[in-house]
Ligand binder design. Structure first.
Ligand SMILES: NC(=O)c1ccc[n+]([C@@H]2O[C@H](COP(=O)([O-])OP(=O)(O)OC[C@H]3O[C@@H](n4cnc5c(N)ncnc54)[C@H](O)[C@@H]3O)[C@@H](O)[C@H]2O)c1
Length: 349
């Protein structure tokens, strides 16, 4: 069977860093045959780097001209619903970067188009596919921390990623920059706490030198039926971090999405021997985990989040199975984002 003919829409940060390289790894199973971006010069540069034969400035022209089996939508969120619906109508399956769209109405229109055309949607909830996230999820499922009781997420996005850039499209999303990175903390929470019934939000403007940015510090409580997720998002540092804690009746898992370390610990008492053993066990888990991650990088075995997503999406098309992240999951994350945005005071900018 011939490989899937894929068109990538958008040639910016995430297309260049993750999507196009991930499709290239699919070998004969899928080929990126066209790339499209109104910034044609940028698209041509990316196409040259990856030997993509055709470049378009307009996605509708690409859809009309190419016989695409799938598109990969890597453009800003406000463009997602229109591009997704027109692509589905042109007969293509669609991978959509997060957030699936802006508002649940747009998501509903995408879902209706997918059902009408019989084409699949996969939303790139990419953090779910970090090896450390997958491992922590599996540990919880196996009962490693007893009964799940709650979680905490710390996410730090450096100032120069979005905050310091006055013209970045993310400042114009509902809620500002949280509309860009916020989906990650919602879908990661939904992996453990579903449904999310309510939210509480506190936002703070810290950096007056960036008047276009409404807030740089957000504290969000995502409240489920029996447990909650407490989230801190900061855009006011020069550092990256995504760290999570999960706790249950019998233990606690700490994990890091960047180093891939996962540490399980449980201290039944506070005797010096117990504490000493706990510290040694934690250090051992960090060392062994780091060695394993390094080895998988060195041997080319390491599969990054988007590589795994693309591979599973292609598999879902070939076997007519549900996509690795369904449009309903994408919509649920957007619904919770809407709840967050409603709680923000009218924007400071
Ligand atoms: N999963 C992740 O970890 C992750 C990380 C970064 C960005 N993203 C998501 O990826 C998407 C793109 O973000 P980015 O950081 O790459 O943005 P970006 O601004 O770097 O790139 C977006 C590109 O889309 C192009 N574009 C705009 N309108 C278009 C249209 N109608 N047709 C074709 N191209 C169009 C722009 O010219 C630009 O080159 C967003 O939804 C963002 O939230 C996800």
């Amino acid at each position: 069977m011939e490989g899937l003919r894929v068109g990538v829409i958008g040639s910016g940060f995430i297309a260049k860093q993750k999507h196009v390289p991930a499709w290239k790894r699919m070998g004969r199973k899928a080929q990126v045959v066209a790339l499209c971006d109104p910034n044609q010069q940028q698209a041509e540069q990316l196409a040259r780097e990856h030997e993509i034969p055709k470049v378009y400035g307009d996605f509708q022209e690409m859809l009309r001209t190419e016989r695409l089996d799938a598109v990969d939508i890597c453009s800003p969120p406000r463009t997602h619903s229109d591009i997704a619906i027109r692509s589905l109508e042109a007969g293509a399956h669609a991978m959509i970067e997060k957030p699936m769209a802006v508002g649940t109405e747009e998501c509903d229109r995408i879902i209706a188009a997918s059902q009408k055309t019989g084409r699949k949607i996969c939303v790139a909830h990419s953090d779910l596919f970090y090896p450390s996230f997958l491992k922590a999820r599996e540990l919880v499922k196996q009962g490693a921390i007893g009964e799940f009781r709650g979680m905490r997420i710390f996410l730090s996005t450096p100032m120069d990623y979005i905050t310091s850039k006055p013209d970045h499209w993310a400042h114009k999303l509902p809620g500002g920059v949280i509309g860009e990175t916020g989906p990650h903390i919602i879908y990661m929470t939904l992996a453990f706490i579903n449904p999310i019934r309510d939210v509480r939000v506190q936002s703070r403007k810290q950096l007056t030198q960036f008047p276009w940015s409404p807030y740089e510090d957000y504290r969000v409580e995502l409240i489920g039926e029996k447990s909650s997720s407490s989230v801190t998002l900061t855009y006011a540092t020069n550092r990256w971090a995504v760290q999570l804690d999960l706790w249950g009746s019998e233990g606690h898992i700490k994990f890091d999405l960047e180093t891939q370390t996962v540490v399980v610990h449980g201290r039944a008492d506070l005797k010096p021997v117990t504490l000493g053993l706990s510290a040694i066990k934690e250090a051992g888990q960090v060392l062994l985990g780091t060695a394993d991650t390094s080895l998988s990088y060195a041997t080319g075995r390491f599969e990054n989040t988007h590589e795994r997503l693309v591979r599973e999406f292609v598999q879902s098309i070939q076997t007519d199975a549900p996509a690795p992240v369904t449009p309903e999951e994408g919509r649920e994350a957007v619904r919770v984002m809407d709840l967050i945005v409603k709680q923000l005071p009218s924007q400071a900018v």
